[in-house]
Design a protein around this ligand. Structure first.
Ligand SMILES: [Zn+2]
Length: 685
């Protein structure tokens, strides 16, 4: 992290983005530039806080604001790996009137997020207040997409599918901000997540810390079940996209009187976008336990073959406790929290597999579920009542996901002693067995009502972010972290991981459950804010009998979107056959030097609308990927590359197809033929 002072303003940068604090505008963040996004200020106004007074005749938003104080103080209280900036401002209106109130804000800058502590100090009684904002964000209108998650307290929290009912976690919603004044998203309780973004380019997120009680009930007790406002809205004159963060929104309620101190903690996440977009190293994943009755551990010949085929990362997935789905009955199940995970023979098999992975220059990581603790773990008996995550009417631990047996374990809350246990456990597993990192299933902030963890119901937001941050430090920059994020996109977490697994349940539904979607109908999470490589958990797209055409269709469509696969279909042997030639070919290239452009950028132009393409380009060459997104063979179509937008171009280029003779690139088009759902790769130099 770097802090510089220029004129009177302070600038903070982590090398991927820069914020600016201006003392003549309340010390607020007045500009944000994301270097490898558009590198333009994405804010339309300072990120501001306010107290608004009730008026019988008009409602002006907002009344007394921190950003209208032209003489705020800014003090640096820490300047090293984490930068801390403290600002002090008076709440001021446009006529320069001031309330007898101060706002103290501490901005804690981490590499992956900014944590912000705000305290309103009302020295005297301030009556007739109908609105309090703490960190409302207004951006330029180009950020026209949104994703958000309701509070678990929300009554209208419709669930995407059964899985969420079991774990009681609200699903993320996604959408475009349209040109109306009605909110794109609104929650009357502290939302779990709010984000606005320019799809595939850049964005900004904010969300309350774990202590949602502060947000929900500090100003008024939760009367009528609606006291706060967390919303995504379009605003006009000038056009802008807004995230409202208001711990009190009472324009339909009785005005309140403020007196004393009110504190609110929230986060801001900004994408750490690399120059060439998401890192395409280690994107080809496979699991080491195979679905078969005999020799379930992957042997040397298979591991060597996977390495030859370009697989770079192996996941030792813990599989299921009791022959669930296609998995054979449980002897390989790794109960979460158990050490050692297996008895002697299987432990030896695991150690052998890890050695083999390293011998063939692959990374290998174990599976962790930061939401459950299995009864087979030594700490279970003593701690489960203290650590369990409680929700709904029940006061007993919930089991995931079979209450009657065959369970993954009891649901635990990371805002308890479970956090320290988990950190020690993860470190012990990685160091003892020489794993290269960690796979986290659902590192997802959720609601918990266990008052042994905090005086009040809370969320697991702080704990989840802290866990991923801890693991990144533990495994270093070369370690591999995979986050199965299906349950919630979070930029703060995506900034810390190598791969985000998407589309299993939540944002796969209802799209995936109906088969492989059309190219334009995949979730916006595929490109989102252009950090972290995405891998689809695609089996929910492939119905049980595993029709080959559906697998081929999934592979062809994902490859032009730049997605790789994790959990492809119910028959991983079958689908591996369809994509291994791609990973085998791409393995030859150091993709870290390339920039990837998906099919939507239209850098490959084809005369047949069913054939589309994506490309990797660097200063040295172009790798063109052509896919037939339909089942029928396409003959005699013409394609070429929009060279104007390529980093690499020269007079006479040669096209090297994968399995035939090289030929000269023709700018007016190359005639080609492609089979149903076939993917073709051309190296062009
Ligand atoms: Zn809890």
């Amino acid at each position: 992290m770097k802090l510089i002072k220029k004129n009177n303003n302070f600038y903070v940068s982590n090398g991927y983005w820069q914020t600016e604090h201006d003392p003549s505008q309340g010390g607020c963040i007045t500009s944000i530039k994301i270097f490898n996004g558009t590198n333009k200020n994405i804010l339309a106004a300072p990120i501001r806080s306010y107290i608004s007074k009730y008026s019988e005749t008009e409602w002006t938003y907002p009344d007394f604001r921190d950003d209208l104080d032209t003489n705020a103080s800014i003090r640096i209280i820490k300047n090293n790996e984490i930068i801390k900036i403290k600002t002090r401002s008076r709440l001021t209106d446009t006529a320069r009137e001031q309330l007898p109130a101060e706002l103290i804000t501490v901005y804690e800058y981490h590499f992956a997020y900014i944590k912000i502590f705000r305290t309103f100090k009302c020295k005297e009684k301030i009556a007739d207040i109908n609105q309090v904002g703490a960190g409302t964000i207004e951006t330029i209108p180009e950020l026209n997409c949104w994703t958000a998650r309701h509070s678990a307290a929300e009554e209208n929290n419709e669930s995407a599918e059964n899985f969420e009912h079991i774990v009681n976690i609200p699903s993320p919603k996604w959408g475009k901000i349209d040109n109306t004044i009605s909110p794109a998203f609104i929650s009357w309780h502290p939302a779990l997540h709010l984000c606005i973004f320019n799809n595939g380019i850049e964005g900004i997120e904010t969300f309350p810390d774990s202590n949602i009680k502060e947000w929900e009930e500090q100003i008024v007790s939760a009367n009528n079940g609606r006291c706060a406002r967390f919303a995504v809205n379009k605003r006009f004159n000038p056009d802008r996209s807004v995230i409202f963060c208001e711990p009190y929104f009472g324009i339909w309620e009785k005005p309140v009187t403020l007196h004393g101190e009110y504190s609110f903690v929230s986060y801001i996440g900004l994408p750490n976008i690399r120059k060439n977009g998401p890192d395409k190293k280690f994107i080809w994943i496979n699991t080491v336990l195979r679905i078969r009755k005999e020799n379930r551990w992957t042997g040397e010949s298979e591991i060597k073959e996977m390495s030859d085929n370009g697989i770079q990362l192996l996941i030792h997935h813990h599989d299921t406790p009791k022959g669930h789905g296609l998995w054979p009955d449980g002897s390989f199940f790794w109960p979460d929290g158990k050490f050692p995970p297996y008895e002697k023979t299987e432990l030896l098999n695991m150690k052998k597999t890890i050695k083999l992975a390293h011998k063939y220059r692959m990374k290998i990581i174990p599976y962790f579920n930061p939401r459950v603790l299995h009864a087979a773990a030594k700490e279970y008996k003593k701690n489960i009542n203290n650590w369990s995550r409680i929700f709904g009417a029940d006061k007993n631990p919930h089991y995931y996901y079979d209450e009657s047996g065959g369970s993954y374990g009891a649901m635990a809350c990371i805002e308890s002693g479970f956090s320290d246990f988990l950190k020690t456990y993860i470190k012990k597993i990685i160091k003892t067995y020489n794993f290269d990192g960690a796979y986290f299933d659902g590192p997802t902030p959720a609601w918990c009502g266990n008052t042994k963890h905090a005086e009040h119901p809370h969320t697991s937001t702080d704990g989840m972010i802290d866990l991923i941050e801890y693991t990144r430090k533990l495994v270093g920059d070369n370690g591999i972290i995979v986050a199965h994020q299906t349950m919630s996109p979070l930029i703060a977490i995506e900034n810390l991981v190598n791969i985000s697994v998407i589309m299993e349940n939540v944002n796969g539904f209802p799209i995936f459950y109906k088969g492989v979607p059309e190219l334009d109908c995949f979730t916006m999470h595929c490109s989102f804010v252009n950090v972290t490589h995405k891998a689809v958990c695609g089996y929910t797209a492939i119905p049980g009998k595993c029709p080959e055409n559906e697998i081929k269709k999934l592979v062809a469509r994902c490859i032009v979107k730049g997605l790789s696969f994790k959990g492809k279909s119910y028959d991983p042997f079958k689908d591996y056959e369809y994509w291994k030639h791609l990973s085998r070919y791409l393995k030859k290239l150091d993709l870290s030097g390339y920039r990837f452009e998906d099919h939507s950028k239209k850098m490959i132009v084809s005369s047949n609308p069913a054939v589309c393409g994506a490309l990797f380009h660097s200063a040295d060459s172009i790798v063109a990927i052509l896919a037939n997104t339909e089942s029928a063979k396409k003959e005699n179509f013409i394609w070429n590359i929009d060279l104007k937008r390529c980093i690499y171009k020269k007079e006479n280029m040669t096209v090297y197809p994968k399995d035939r003779d090289a030929f000269c690139y023709k700018e007016d088009g190359i005639e080609d033929t492609i089979g149903g759902f076939e993917v073709k790769i051309y190296d062009i130099r």
